[in-house]
Design a binder for this molecule. Structure first.
Ligand code: UDP
Length: 366
């Protein structure tokens, strides 16, 4: 470690890593710190029994942006993984996202016209301007799909009734009238071969990195290490929660190593009923098959975040968005600190958006 750096980057996740790379390439010195014992933030993958385990939840890189795609391809080769989760509702399987396979499984229909007729009947009395997730879902896909594939899953994931959730959450779920199980409408999709951790390590090449050090344990000391700070932790933590806590959902992962080659035949199975306590089971080996003779699965349980837990999903409802705005106003007055990333900007970001946001920000700085 040197005595002094141009930039201190708090958080070695994707936002911090892109910032570090760009700042170093522009000739600046950077110190990257993270309180965890590893780099890569929530995209961290651990190699275990020849399986890259997505320890903080499944990450599937997908983007419509050539810039984001070209950028990540500088640091990793991507495989041809296509996300096609399967839904399990009371033991019966359905294809996701909602497409002709799903309508066939639900209603036995075989043509788009038959499927459309049923959907139209089922959404006939939905409000024209949906005010919440429930209304949005029913007006998009009708009652059956809402009840079987959306309601239970969403309520488990967010811990609130769909009628109290913002409509935008569901807008990312495509609805198709073709036989196409590709979850994402993205031009580019894949998993970095060799794991996300290696990809982030490649981004960080040349940076000084300190792990297992919490910026807040000695704020003064760390802040004095650099002229400027890029802070990617929770924005409310920076201000000692003085306006109140922003809310998140947290996820608990119950990992299991199984002495069998194939548990569920797919990377993701969503449990869409409300009785099953987990939201989904991820079988990590199917993201990148290294032919392990074992398999590792993670059951995901969603919970309300409390101080001390890992914050995962920002809860972008009105109360929290308003509070974020107040923190953002304070952040704008901070000199020499840039707030970025999912926690720093309190945003339900996809990976490509995080990368593009960092690239934009770094352009402004330089
Ligand atoms: N969703 C759903 N049923 C599913 C999968 C997703 O209703 O089987 C809805 C749900 O409201 C969820 C949102 O789509 O909150 C986004 O889910 P996704 O799994 O895409 O989010 P991720 O956790 O992967 O970011």
């Amino acid at each position: 470690m040197k005595d002094h750096y141009d930039y201190l980057i708090v958080g070695a996740g994707l936002y911090g890593a892109v910032m570090a790379r760009e700042l170093m390439d522009a000739g600046h010195s950077v110190l990257v710190m993270d309180k965890r014992p590893h780099i890569a933030g929530n995209v961290f993958t651990r190699l275990d029994h020849d399986i890259h385990v997505h320890q903080y939840g499944a990450h599937i890189f997908h983007t419509n942006s050539d810039a984001a795609w070209n950028y990540v391809n500088r640091f990793a080769r991507f495989n041809r993984f296509t996300n096609s989760p399967v839904a399990n509702y009371h033991g019966k399987l359905y294809s996701l996202p909602f497409n002709m396979y799903t309508y066939n499984q639900l209603w036995g229909v075989t043509t788009p016209a038959e499927a459309q007729k049923i959907i139209d009947e089922q959404r006939a009395d939905a409000p024209k301007e949906p005010k919440n997730l429930e209304e949005q879902a029913i007006s998009l896909v009708g009652k059956d799909i809402y009840e079987i594939l959306i309601k239970g899953y969403t309520q488990k994931q967010w811990g609130r009734p769909c009628s109290e959730l913002p409509a935008f959450i569901i807008r990312r779920l495509p609805v198709r009238m073709t036989f196409d199980n590709n979850y994402f409408n993205a031009m580019h999709q894949g998993i970095p071969m060799g794991g996300y951790t290696q990809m982030v390590a490649n981004m960080l090449e040349g940076a000084d990195i300190v792990l297992e050090e919490d910026f807040f344990d000695d704020r003064q000391k760390w802040a004095s290490k650099a002229d400027q700070i890029i802070y990617t932790g929770p924005i409310d933590a920076w201000f000692d929660y003085k306006l109140g806590n922003l809310e998140y959902r947290t996820v608990r992962f119950e990992e299991e190593l199984l002495d069998q080659e194939n548990f569920q035949g797919n990377a993701a199975v969503n449990y869409t009923d409300s009785e099953t306590p987990w939201t989904r089971i991820i079988e990590h080996k199917w993201f990148e098959d290294l032919h392990s003779n074992k398999t590792i699965i993670s059951r995901e349980y969603s919970d309300e975040w409390k101080p001390g837990m890992e914050p995962y999903y920002p809860l972008n409802d009105d109360r929290n968005n308003d509070l974020y705005k107040q923190y953002k106003a304070l952040a704008d007055q901070e000199e020499n600190v840039i707030f970025g990333g999912r926690l720093g900007e309190y945003k339900y970001y996809d990976m490509d958006q995080v990368i593009l946001a960092a690239l934009k920000k770094v352009k402004e700085i330089l």
